[in-house]
Design a protein around this ligand. Structure first.
Ligand SMILES: Nc1ncnc2c1ncn2[C@@H]1O[C@H](COP(=O)(O)OP(=O)(O)OP(=O)(O)O)[C@@H](O)[C@H]1O
Length: 570
């Protein structure tokens, strides 16, 4: 039988939907019982017909009409409740899984690709419906039908029932044989589905590259390859299910044959009436078919166990680090001491770096591509927890801080800005309330006001999927406005002006550099002496360390590594 830990998401859901569960079970019981008792009605009709009782025949006919109406109504009510129950369960599992995914820390989020998350929320939840929820309700229904049919058969003839039970026992070997195999194959299928979603997402996202570089054949062959692998994995599950169903069906037919021959023999010996044969055949069908369904469903329940486990892990995710209660402050400085970090333990991307970022000062962080600038920023903002050395906000260690509060203190503007497929207004405000004055200020300071006023629909202009309706520069200016409107004291531009022209970059950075009290770190590849001169300090990074630090003038006069880098890049 299925063993699922008590805390799993399905059990939680069952607790939350007790009433609906009760009503579903109630209608299932009434509907199943009424269905089983058709056997007695059939037995009565045949026996009345055999003895030629016309009055009895008429009464039974009228009773049967009402009886069948009753069966129909309850079958409908049962279906209705079951469907509601499944819908509620799917909604609950989806929401809890999504909430869990949203709770993940950046480093844990990066363990899966977005396409895999997509697959968990869509494909896995569908598998849960088909292989757990529907079979679970079927098992409930068919167990009642099975027990009631057994009772009806005992009522007809104890001796035939005892013989039938031996045949029934044979049928129990089926789930044991197929359950384990199906579980493994179902998990493999789920993994292939996630892979397939990943390939499709990648190919659709790369639509423009595929078009302009004539990669249609490659795209089609990659799609086909993954599609075939997914279909093969599905077929592998289906093959086991087919063997399971065929063996169960064979045993069910054997069961009915046993019933018919035994009943016929007892009619000959005068122990039962012909009506009993009819009733017995009907009842044993209600015994065999439900058992068939139950035996077919148990392997399905087992097969979905790894998927339930994964959804449970996703939905119950709890951050293990950065769960301190202290809110960070930035009144003095962020101090970094002997920081070491590696993504894959093969090489330290940050290699013993020490740095002080003082409140209110403006820093330009420069260095060759891949020297670790973005990684450093991600470490400072609490994206990764597995580092050596210390990072302190004023006097508090990053590990003792409440991570959510760090995001309240700082904004990072990345090179690749994400735009929601909503209006520019919502992409700036992100569904928070700001006054018109705050909005205007942010639009001006970011240089967005100009291009927005030229758009026919202004702030209502829809950004498109990931900002497809906007230029790179427009997206960056919106991202700057998004950060500035929140007046956070610590702003990081991770190549946040790389998509705008020199003049606009100059304008945006000049505005930011003038903001008193704002601590600013700008990662830039833009070697502009006029802009560099406005920064308090240039931090020059090489191979995960800081090799030079000082004002632009100081570093140029020192005539060392930064100067070489600057002259070369210029
Ligand atoms: N998520 C990741 N997993 C594994 N390695 C990574 C990851 N992100 C970055 N790296 C590697 O770490 C090194 C530093 O990358 P990082 O992005 O910090 O450099 P950078 O100085 O910001 O580069 P650029 O100026 O090109 O943006 C690079 O060698 C990069 O390949």
């Amino acid at each position: 039988m299925l063993h699922v830990s008590k805390e799993d998401i399905m059990n939680q859901f069952l607790k939350e939907n007790k009433f609906l569960l009760f009503v579903t079970v109630l209608f299932t019981v009434v509907s199943s019982l009424s269905y089983v008792f058709i056997a007695i009605v059939l037995q009565k009709i045949l026996d009345i017909a055999v003895i030629g009782d016309k009055k009895g025949f008429l009464t039974t006919m009228i009773f049967s009409l009402f009886y069948f109406l009753f069966i129909g109504i309850f079958a409908y009510l049962q279906e209705l409740c079951s469907k509601r129950f499944i819908c509620n369960a799917l909604r609950s599992v989806r929401t809890k899984t999504f909430e869990g995914i949203e709770r993940r820390s950046t480093e844990d989020f990066e363990k899966y690709q977005t396409s895999e998350y997509l697959s968990f929320i869509t494909n896995d939840v569908k598998l849960l419906e088909d292989n757990y929820l529907i079979p679970l309700l079927e098992i409930l229904q068919y167990t009642i039908v099975f027990i009631a049919s057994l009772a009806v058969m005992i009522y007809f003839s104890l001796i035939i029932t005892v013989c039938v039970i031996f045949a029934v026992l044979l049928m129990f070997i089926v789930p044991g044989v197929f359950g384990g195999i199906m579980a493994k194959r179902q998990e493999a299928y789920s993994e292939k589905l996630a892979d397939f979603t990943g390939h499709v997402k990648d190919l659709l996202s790369g639509f423009e590259v595929i078009k302009s570089y004539g990669m249609k054949r490659y795209a089609l062959s990659r799609f086909e390859k993954s599609s075939i692998q997914t279909i093969n994995a599905k077929y592998s599950v289906d093959k086991t299910a087919a063997a399971n169903d065929a063996l169960s069906m064979l045993l069910a037919v054997f069961l009915q044959v046993v019933v018919i021959f035994l009943s016929a023999y007892f009619i000959m010996t005068g122990r039962v009436t012909p009506g009993v044969l009819l009733g017995m055949t009907q009842a044993s069908g209600n015994l065999a078919n439900p058992l068939l369904m139950i035996l077919g469903s148990i392997p399905k329940l087992k097969s979905v166990k790894p998927i339930i486990k994964r959804l449970k892990n996703l939905s119950e995710y709890q951050e293990r680090r950065f769960i301190g209660k202290t809110a960070p402050s930035l009144n003095k400085k962020i101090s970094i001491d002997h920081l070491k970090f590696s993504y894959d333990s093969s090489r330290n991307v940050i290699d013993g770096l020490s740095l002080n970022i003082e409140q209110g000062k403006k820093y330009a962080l420069v260095g060759r591509s891949g020297c670790g600038k973005s990684t450093l920023i991600r470490l400072i903002t609490g994206c990764y927890s597995k580092y050596e050395g210390t990072i302190r906000y004023d006097d508090t260690d990053l590990g003792d801080l409440d991570l959510r509060k760090i995001t309240e203190l700082s904004s990072v503007i990345h090179q690749n800005i994400y735009m929601f497929n909503e209006s520019i207004y919502h992409n700036i405000c992100l569904h928070q309330e700001f006054t018109d004055h705050q909005l205007e200020e942010a639009l001006e300071a970011s240089g967005s006001a100009g291009f927005i006023s030229q758009m026919a629909d202004g702030l209502s202009h829809i950004a498109g999927e990931n900002g497809a309706n906007l230029s790179g520069g427009q997206k960056q200016r919106i991202a700057v406005a998004r950060a500035l409107i929140r007046h956070k004291p610590f702003l990081i531009l991770d190549e946040g002006t790389s998509a705008v022209d020199m003049q606009t970059a100059y304008d945006i950075e000049t505005r930011l550099l003038k903001l008193k009290g704002l601590t600013l770190v700008t990662i830039t590849h833009n070697m502009n002496a006029d802009i560099f001169k406005m920064y308090d300090e240039i931090i020059y990074m090489e191979d995960g360390r800081i090799s030079e630090q000082g004002s632009f003038q100081e570093l140029m006069e020192a005539n060392k590594r930064f100067r070489d880098f600057f002259e070369l890049k210029k």
